[in-house]
Design a binder for this molecule. Structure first.
Ligand SMILES: [Zn+2]
Ligand SMILES: [Zn+2]
Ligand SMILES: [Zn+2]
Ligand SMILES: [Zn+2]
Length: 350
């Protein structure tokens, strides 16, 4: 792993304490840190609950360009608000890792002392009880020896189902089948574009407007307009129709350019275009009053779990429940989508 700030080869430190094993990658030139999912929580082992939950509200006014995740090829790190505070950090939405510039760990520590119910002293506890006493036991090696790559599905949360012989219209790689929102779509494991059959986009759209969120009619016009949009011939071939050239069109009144097959009426969306669509959705949700939204989301969660008044964190098999929900409910309840994907990212993968 190379430092995202100064390009120095980073070092991986592995510390074995009595209770735990903590691993982090550090740039010894500028003090920047990479923490894989779960490591920030381990460092703050005296803190009650997880501190890796970050607000997904878009951070405004970012002067510097977003960095690329060192684990997930082609995925840029998002600027997020650290547990709802004013402090912004770089976080990967795919692998859940955090990038901390030199000195940001101190800022996190300060933030923790101000806003979290803390038994101990935040990170100073880590430094005093783990970092220093176990320093002689640390394993220090080049991060290249411990680097790994995390699979990036074309749509966040999509699960790989099978391979196909269809050819990616954008890069020529073979497409896979992914399951997302109980709908199967073809996607490219290399360039991360997706192909939606004629009715799939409409089905996704219908799922949205069936739910509580009657205000979310925004895709109606876009779906209708695809066939009427100002179109340009594209060089790309439809993956499903032999040798049929697709047509490029702008999606509704957005700036998103999609490719459309005049024969089978399938749609090709390049990487991040689907994300742009869901971000657009989230922006619209954010405009609703937050109390109104929270109340609705909480009622939904209660209804779905239908258990006693247990706290979510106390439900034993929360992870299984969450994955079920993500598969079944995700598009019916877009607000749940962001809440639940955040929740599930806080639960460690075993
Ligand atoms: Zn550096
Ligand atoms: Zn990542
Ligand atoms: Zn491709
Ligand atoms: Zn076609």
């Amino acid at each position: 792993m190379k430092c995202l700030n100064c390009n120095t080869e980073m070092m991986n430190h592995l510390i074995q304490t009595k209770k735990d094993q903590i691993s982090y990658d550090i740039c010894e030139a500028c003090g920047s840190l990479w923490l894989d999912r779960g490591e920030l929580d381990k460092m703050a082992f005296q803190v009650n609950g997880s501190i890796e939950y970050c607000s997904t509200d878009k951070v405004k006014d970012t002067s510097e360009p977003n960095k690329e995740c060192p684990r997930c090829k082609g995925t840029t790190l998002d600027k997020v608000y650290f547990i709802g505070s004013e402090l912004t950090l770089d976080r990967c939405r795919n692998c859940g890792g955090f990038w901390l510039d030199g000195g940001e760990l101190d800022l996190v520590n300060k933030e923790l002392q101000d806003i979290m119910p803390i038994k101990g002293k935040g990170f100073s506890e880590f430094v005093n009880n783990a970092h220093l006493p176990y320093w002689y036991k640390r394993v220090r090696r080049k991060s290249t020896e411990t680097d790994f790559i995390v699979e990036v599905p074309p749509i966040k949360g999509a699960k790989l189902e099978s391979e196909t012989e269809y050819i990616c219209p954008a890069c020529g790689f073979k497409l896979n089948v992914y399951a997302v929102f109980k709908i199967k779509i073809e996607g490219c494991p290399k360039c991360k574009g997706i192909f939606l059959d004629k009715d799939e986009l409409r089905r996704l759209k219908d799922k949205i407007s069936q739910g509580t969120w009657q205000t979310l009619r925004w895709m109606d016009d876009e779906v209708e307009a695809v066939e009427k949009a100002n179109a340009m011939p594209s060089k790309r071939l439809c993956p499903k129709c032999n040798q049929i050239k697709m047509i490029s069109a702008t999606f509704g009144d957005s700036k998103i350019i999609i490719d459309w097959c005049p024969k089978c009426h399938g749609l090709w969306l390049d990487q991040d275009e689907f994300q742009e669509i869901t971000d657009n959705l989230r922006d619209k949700l954010n405009k609703l009053s937050s109390d109104e939204m929270k109340k609705k989301v909480f009622e939904e969660i209660k209804e779905i779990w239908s258990g006693p008044e247990a706290k979510i964190s106390e439900i034993l098999d929360a992870k299984a429940a969450i994955s079920t929900l993500i598969n079944v409910k995700i598009f019916e309840h877009p607000a749940l989508f962001s809440t639940l994907t955040e929740l599930s990212s806080r639960i460690p993968i075993r």
